[in-house]
Design a protein around this ligand. Sequence first.
Ligand code: TRP
Length: 462
Amino acid sequence: MRKKRSQFSNRFGFIAAAAGSAVGLGNIWKFPFEVGNGGGAAFLILYLIFCFGLAYPILVTEIAIGRRAHKSAAVAFRPLGHPRWSFIGILGVACGMIILSFYNVVSGWVFGYFVEILTGNFDIGKNFGGYIKDIPTIGGYTIAFSIATAVIVSQGVTKGIEKASKILMPLLVAIIVFLVIYAFTLPNSMEGIKFYLIPNIHAINMEVIYRSLGQAFFSLSLGLGAMITYGSYLGRNENIPSAAALITLTDVSIAFLAGLMIFPFVFSQGLEPTGGSGLIFITLPGVFQTMGPVLGIIIGSLFFLLLTFAALTSTISLLELPVAFLSDKFKMKRRPAVWLSAFIILMLSIPSMLANGYSGFFTNFITYFGRNEATDFMTFVTDLASNTLLPIGGFLISIFSVYIWKRHKLFRELSHGSPGFTKSFAARYIGFSLQYVSPVILGVIIIITILETFFGFNMFAK
Ligand code: TRP
């Protein structure tokens, strides 16, 4: 018998929660440094193409699977009549835990920056390298942040968080817009704008394609079933394609704004856009300093506090994956499931914490993509999760929806709340993307990655 499942109070509640999951460090921390490494505008354009052409249809599908099955990702495939495909959900749970293992550490950095800027330490950006290898400090913040996520998920106060995020997210966007305007007034800012908006076709190579695709998945929280879980709480008469369009637009716009803010700052300070995962942490404190002590502290600390909050609304959706898995599959009670998951993830975070200078082994962990220098463990798991595991998840979800569950059943589900959908342009667009674009593009990228990783091919070399 189908149990009654709690639902979002309305369409806006669902969109706010899903957008809260999507908008996070992926937009404001990861996106700018990926653009910086990927040659600027060339990366941006590929990212936009992947978001709308490939990720949006998968977002629609994840939500539809969740709503149809009325179950979280780990068990959603059984009620659809395909228990064998449950492995997608399990892959998703594992990948979600990997993502949390580094996401919690970076969230710890962000919260730590809030404290530093609040106490007027604008020099923290120059000392970033020393800061992230200060294990007692970083460990403390990571633990604190993990506990905060666990408390919210275990108390089920997610509703309250959604309410709060309806105020705090717009506030974060307002600060970013303010910073974009401020950025335009700084000397040399035009160089940043050019780097960000004028594409250099030669910057496009296999690695940039691969990374921009991974970024599209990461940013929209796709590929591991997080949106299946959210969809399972969605009412029958909501219009999924239009809600998903709104989520995609919100997420992409915030990432776009973050880039518009950061590159003028980078160039006006004479820094390099290829600064890697420290880009916003190295760049922003100096910017806040130029605003003078009072305004700098207010804007700067508020920015990092709101970013911590944005990270929290994302980690909630990630922690929900193992928790739902443990409670749906092993009938574990919610509270122990939360703390067990949080504890395992914290243990998994340890190598990432050590990978930023503290331990030589984890700092120079592995060499790939035909580079000469080694990559640290944290960057390695970030890459592995977003660029390899999420696209594999997306590939399986698109194959599942059109060939196993069947396109007409997907479309029937989408017609609830969107009468006439089957005959619309959106239907043709979504169907074409799921049936041809996703399998081909994702399939090719996955094969190349496997050849690269296991057989030493060197297709990413520049
Ligand atoms: N999208 C979030 C961000 O941009 C991160 C995130 C939350 C995520 N849930 C996810 C990524 C599920 C992949 C899958 O910060």
